[in-house]
Unconditional design. Structure first.
Length: 185
């Protein structure tokens, strides 16, 4: 099961995150708005953990040869044919440009079409309206709020909103994402 392929789209390339991306990640992570909703407010700590991770499969989001963000496969359960896409962040300069839309398209598509997953999950801070709107626009199905789900950013309590795309949804979701990406290309 290849959880770290290079995935190419019309707007971006997703490359497995390695040390060679570190300087680009630091540049892309320099705007504090990027970290408002992440579990940590420290991009350097995030990078160190991401490069050392063995259970989270991080990707560098590359646009025009520059790192602009990251997204990941995590909570992978092949025996249940499900995984999560998360740890997603992008520099504010690419918000609204189709970068995140295409990253989700590539990651969901690979999970369902190449890995044979039946379910792709997403979770975000219940208060993160921007992320929730992006997930609804995929369209991923909202499945509820897990109250007091996580401790984040130095011990703060987070309620998490859960969303999912299942393999039965994929043809419709794929068509919608392709339509949205075509408008940005």
């Amino acid at each position: 099961m290849n959880l770290r392929p290079t995935l190419e789209g019309s707007l971006i390339v997703l490359e497995p995150l390695t040390e060679r991306h570190a300087d680009g990640v630091r540049r892309a992570a320099s705007d504090p708005r990027t970290w408002t909703w992440m579990t940590t407010l420290d991009p350097e700590a995030w990078l160190t953990a991401a490069l050392a991770a063995t259970d989270i499969h991080h990707f560098a989001v590359i646009r025009d040869g520059e790192v602009v963000g990251s997204s990941s496969y995590l909570n992978v359960f092949p025996e249940h044919k499900r995984l999560e896409i998360g740890h997603t962040w992008n520099h504010p300069s690419v918000w609204g440009t189709g970068v995140n839309t295409e990253a989700k398209y590539l990651l969901i598509g690979h999970a369902i079409e190449a890995l044979g997953m039946h379910r792709v999950e997403f979770k975000t801070d219940a208060n993160n309206e921007r992320s929730r709107a992006a997930l609804a626009a995929i369209p991923a199905v909202f499945e509820g709020i897990h109250r007091k789900h996580m401790l984040v950013r130095g011990g703060g309590r987070r309620d998490s909103a859960w969303y999912a795309v299942i393999d039965d949804d994929w043809p419709q979701v794929k068509a919608e994402l392709e339509r949205r990406i075509a408008r940005k290309s």
